[in-house]
Design a binder for this molecule. Structure first.
Ligand code: NCD
Ligand code: ZN
Ligand code: ZN
Length: 344
């Protein structure tokens, strides 16, 4: 008999859906497997106000496949002009579930992000008061800091000072890539959690740079050396409630990836659950897959877990190498290993 695994339906706590044609092309890949997702606000222009988030949510819902029960969980993009009262109103209305901090210039569409962290102190104070989480893209942007060190330096220079200034602020370090981040999360007894992507559990920096440059493995924060990947794997597969899935599935067309200055981001929405089952099985931790994908996230976000389930079957999955969009093909993340779990 074919082996199966049934878990509570997963959620994705960090997802890029973009807008327009791209939104319509990628959304069904997430809504097929996931009940909810935290929707990243880095559109052009970004989602900065309650009105922006409400309009974006309506566009996402309108793009859902017929009969889908998927719920987008909206976020606001923090700028130095963010109005704390608007954030509080969007939270009170049940519209937003987090605010996203992008250091200006750190990643895709982060130009409107924060340069002077003192200028967002009032918003952070309000968020601490109302219990609204802050999601961080945790990298400094200083030209003199090596790109492989930018996450660790962010913890020391930016994140830890913010958390000392606002001890009640609930923070989620997004898409962590280092043992330093794992250790920092573990060292903090409260108000701190982290998301881990599918791809950072699978690739290290050799995948990007050894044997020819592979733009489809380039994302931010950039994958680090093997010891860091192993630390992420240990954290994700441990069942520790402070670590949960945020795929950071970030579609860019091949034309925009395969350039002299190509975009950062891996598109993993299509095969994430198959890859994660493989990873957890390899590490002898299939019993913790549900915690990582379906329980730890809602617990930290103070939302109910999904009652619905997802069943995985132990047989090789069939997934496309790329998806077609009106803007051009988007390559699906290649885990560079055979996969043995498909979604029933
Ligand atoms: N992760 C990425 O490499 N890219 C993301 C932005 C982000 O999450 O930093 C994107 O929007 O394309
Ligand atoms: Zn990011
Ligand atoms: Zn992202």
């Amino acid at each position: 008999m074919t082996k199966t695994l049934t878990i509570r339906r997963p959620d994705d706590w960090h997802l890029h859906l973009r807008d327009g044609d791209m939104l319509r092309a990628v959304l069904p890949h997430t809504s097929a497997h996931f009940a909810r997702a935290i929707i990243m606000p880095n559109l052009v222009p970004p989602v900065v106000t309650m009105a922006d988030a409400s309009a974006y949510r309506d566009r996402i819902v309108a793009a859902l496949p017929e009969g889908s029960g998927f719920t987008p969980l909206m976020t606001l993009y923090l700028t130095e002009n963010t109005d704390p009262a608007d954030v509080a109103a969007a939270h009170a209305a049940g519209l937003i579930h987090a605010v996203k901090l992008y250091p200006a210039g750190a990643t895709t569409n982060s130009a409107s992000g924060v340069s002077n962290f003192d200028n967002v102190a009032q918003t952070l104070e309000k968020m601490a008061e109302i219990g609204l989480p802050l999601c961080t893209h945790g990298e400094v942007t200083d030209a003199d800091v090596d790109i492989f060190d930018r996450e660790a330096v962010f913890i020391d220079r930016v994140l830890d000072p913010i958390r000392r200034k606002h001890p009640d602020l609930r923070v989620i370090m997004e898409h962590i890539t280092t043992a330093d981040a794992v250790d920092y999360v573990k060292s903090q007894p409260q108000n701190l959690a982290a998301t881990i992507t599918t791809h950072h559990l699978v690739i290290n920096r050799n995948h990007i740079l050894a044997g020819g440059i592979k733009p489809h493995y380039y994302c931010l924060p950039v994958a680090k050396r093997e010891a860091h990947r192993l630390a992420l794997r240990a954290a994700a597969t441990s069942g520790d409630a402070r670590f949960f899935l945020g795929t950071d599935s970030a579609p860019h067309t091949d034309a925009n990836k395969l350039l002299p200055c190509g975009c950062a981001g891996c598109f993993t929405a299509t095969n994430t659950m198959s890859i994660l089952a493989e990873v957890f099985e390899q590490d002898g931790a299939l019993e913790h897959l549900e915690a990582f994908t379906s329980r730890n996230g809602p617990t930290y976000y103070r939302l109910p877990v999904n009652e619905d389930t997802l069943t995985l079957t132990r047989q090789a999955p069939d997934y496309p190498t790329h998806i077609d969009t009106p803007d051009g093909p988007v390559t699906v993340f290649d885990p560079d290993m055979p996969l043995n779990w498909s979604i029933s």
